[in-house]
Design a protein around this ligand. Structure first.
Ligand code: SF4
Ligand code: SF4
Length: 198
């Protein structure tokens, strides 16, 4: 980072607002006492193109969530999820031996066109260069599980040689391969007694 900011620094990036973006209101599985939904389906409170219809009283899970575009300065400004089709999430890797948590990112390409998003290759390359774990997340059909794969190693040559077409082609192939996998319906855990009907 030119200003000396560490790549692992997290904090809301000044000047970036959700605006009309509602990508996380569709793409996430949410299991909150006040809202349960599975990925791929629009939240019932969402006003398409406008935002949350219950913003002031939205569930805690929604209050706590900010995507990587909102929190990581090195994620390119052009990657607002609704405009780019690229959803970056913080994704912590836990070391098996020490239990230590390490910041990584999980990238979902929401559409085929997302591969052409300005700044995608540069953002991914920056993470790989900085040894930040990068996971490709490929959701199954709505309401189904997703495939996830750590892609640092397969991208490394393209990153080292600054070969942007090769990096994007590797991403495309990895996504296409994962999409052909098997996905299971998501089963949310039973809700606690007294919370029926949400
Ligand atoms: S995906 Fe990111 S930018 Fe879009 S509404 Fe969610 S937090 Fe905001
Ligand atoms: S409650 Fe609001 S912020 Fe939360 S998922 Fe639904 S529309 Fe989005």
């Amino acid at each position: 980072m030119p200003d000396g900011t560490a790549m692992t620094d997290i904090g809301l990036v000044p000047g970036r607002e959700c605006g009309p973006c509602t990508v996380c209101c569709v793409a996430l599985t949410i299991d909150d006492p006040d809202l349960r939904k599975v990925q791929g389906y629009r939240c019932r409170n969402m006003l398409p193109g406008k935002g949350c219809g219950i913003y002031e009283t939205r569930p805690q899970a929604c209050r706590a969530f900010f995507c990587g575009w909102r929190q990581l300065k090195w994620v390119r400004p052009t990657l607002r999820p609704d405009q780019s089709g690229v959803l970056v999430r913080l994704h912590y890797e836990v070391a098996k031996t020490t239990g230590e948590q390490r910041l990584g990112v999980m990238i979902t390409l929401l559409t085929d066109a997302a591969l052409k998003a300005e700044g995608l290759a540069e953002t991914v390359a920056a993470a790989v260069n900085a040894e930040i774990p990068v996971y490709l997340h490929v959701p199954g059909p709505p309401g189904h599980t997703a495939a996830e794969a750590r892609i640092n190693d397969v991208l490394r040559d393209a990153v080292i040689t600054h070969d942007k077409p090769a990096l994007l082609e590797t991403l495309r192939r990895a996504r296409a391969k994962a999409k052909g996998g098997k996905f299971k319906p998501i089963v949310l855990p039973p809700r606690p007694a007294g919370r029926a009907g949400q």
